[in-house]
Design a protein around this ligand. Structure first.
Ligand code: NAD
Length: 341
C-alpha cells in the first residue's frame, strides 16, 4: 500500500501527538516534523526517530547543537502530500502563503479561524464532507468535545437548543510561559464565549450559547452541558445514545475529579497519559421534560488527535466512510470500549 506522506509543522503539545498518531496508522506515514529551535523537544523527537526540519535561517543552530536538520521546512513540505499545521494559534495563518506556493493539502488547528480553510471538521459530525478537500480546520478541544456529544444526540432525538458552561484548564502541563496560575478568569467577560459560534462552524443548525471560565488546573476541561431535545426521553435513553458513540466514555467508580481520570490513563499506561474520548458522568444526567443536563471532561491535549487522523484519511481519500475511518483510527490509537473508569 502506498502510504500518504504527512508533514507535521510545529512540534508542540498537539504536533507531537499528531506525529505519533500518524505513525500508529498503516495507511499514512510521517515525512518529518519541524522545530524552530534545537531545544529538548527537538532532541526527544530525534530520539523517537523523527526527521527534523527547521526554518532555513535556523538550520545552522541545529548543526551547532549537534542535531543537524534533515532540511528546511519548505523541503519537508515538498516531499509531502499533506501538512498538519500545529503551530500556535495565529502562526498557522502566516504559514498559509507557503502552503499555497507549494500547493499542499493542509490541516490547521482550532487556534485559527474558520475562514482559513472555509471548512471546520469533527469526524462524528461531518466526515463525509471532508472527503477529497484540500483545506480543513480541525476545531479546538472544547469544540470537538461539544460537537461529538451534540451531533450524537441530534441524530437520535433532534437538538433544539444547547447551553454550555465551560471550566477551561488554564495552561497545558509543560507550559511555563503562561503558568503558574492562581485565579478564576472570566474568559471572556462579554458573553457568549467563542465556543458556541465555533460549534456552529461544524453544526450550523444548532442553537447554542456558551460561557467559559479559566480555572487554575492543567488537567482537562469540564463542561456543564444543557440540551433541549425534540423528543421525550429519560436519563436511560440519553445514556444509551451516548454509549453508541465510540469516542464517548463513561466515568464511574467514584471518580469526581479530572485528576482522577488522568490517573486512570496513567495507570493504564496510555501514551503521554492521553484521554482521547469525551468523559461523561452518566450519574450526572438529569432530565427535566425535554431538557437534560450533564457533566463531561475533555482532555485538551488529546481529544483532537483522532480527529486529525480522520481528517487526513478523508482529505487523502484513503477512506470515504466516516464510521470505518473512526473505527480504524480508534483501534490504532488504542481507544477501547472496555476502558474501565
Ligand atoms: P504549542 O505552543 O504547544 O506548540 C506549537 C509548536 O509550534 C511549538 O513547538 C513552537 O515552537 C512551534 N512553532 C512556532 N512557530 C512556528 C513556525 N513558524 N513554524 C514551525 N513551528 C513553529 O501549541 P499547541 O498547544 O500544540 O497548539 C497548536 C494548535 O493547536 C493551536 O492552534 C491551538 O489552538 C490548537 N489546540 C491546542 C490545544 C491544547 O490544549 N494545547 C488543544 C486543541 C487545539
Amino acid at each position: 500500500m502506498v502510504k500518504a506522506k504527512i508533514a507535521v509543522n510545529g512540534y508542540g503539545t498537539i504536533g507531537k501527538r499528531v506525529a505519533d498518531g500518524v505513525r500508529a496508522q498503516d495507511d499514512m506515514e510521517v515525512v518529518g516534523v519541524s522545530k524552530t529551535k534545537p531545544n529538548y523537544e527537538a532532541a526527544v523527537a530525534r530520539k523517537l526517530g523523527y526527521d527534523i526540519y527547521a526554518p532555513a535561517e535556523n538550520m545552522g543552530a541545529f548543526e551547532k547543537a549537534g542535531m543537524p536538520a534533515a532540511g528546511s521546512i519548505e523541503e519537508m513540505l515538498e516531499k509531502s502530500d499533506l501538512v498538519v499545521d500545529c503551530t500556535p494559534g495565529g502562526v498557522g495563518e502566516s504559514n498559509k502563503p507557503l502552503y499555497e506556493k507549494i500547493g499542499i493539502k493542509t490541516i490547521w488547528q482550532g487556534g485559527e479561524s474558520h475562514t482559513i480553510a472555509g471548512f471546520s471538521f469533527n469526524a462524528a459530525s461531518n466526515y463525509e464532507q471532508a472527503v477529497g478537500r484540500n483545506l480543513v480546520r480541525v476545531v479546538s478541544c472544547n469544540t470537538t468535545g461539544l460537537c461529538r456529544a451534540i451531533s450524537t444526540i441530534d441524530r437520535a432525538l433532534g437538538v433544539n437548543k444547547v447551553r454550555a458552561n465551560i471550566a477551561r484548564r488554564a495552561v497545558d502541563p509543560n507550559d511555563i510561559k503562561k503558568g503558574p496560575v492562581d485565579a478564576i478568569v472570566l474568559d471572556p467577560v462579554k458573553l457568549p464565549s467563542h465556543h458556541g459560534p465555533d460549534v456552529r462552524s461544524v453544526l450550523p443548525q444548532i442553537n447554542i450559547t456558551t460561557a467559559a471560565l479559566k480555572v487554575p488546573t492543567t488537567e482537562m476541561h469540564i463542561h456543564t452541558v444543557n440540551m433541549e431535545v425534540n423528543s421525550d426521553c429519560t436519563a436511560e435513553d440519553i445514556k444509551k445514545i451516548f454509549s453508541s458513540e465510540s469516542r464517548i466514555r463513561f466515568v464511574g467508580n467514584g471518580i469526581t475529579a479530572t485528576s482522577e481520570i488522568m490517573e486512570v490513563a496513567r495507570d493504564l499506561g496510555h501514551r503521554r497519559s492521553d484521554v482521547w474520548e469525551n468523559c461523561i458522568w452518566p450519574e450526572s444526567i438529569a432530565v427535566n421534560d425535554r431538557e437534560f443536563t450533564y457533566f463531561q471532561a475533555i482532555h485538551q491535549e488529546a481529544v483532537t488527535i483522532p480527529e486529525n487522523i480522520d481528517a487526513i484519511r478523508a482529505m487523502m481519500q484513503l477512506e470515504t466512510d466516516g464510521a470505518k475511518s473512526i473505527e480504524k483510527t480508534n483501534k490504532a490509537l488504542g481507544l477501547s470500549n472496555d476502558w474501565i473508569m
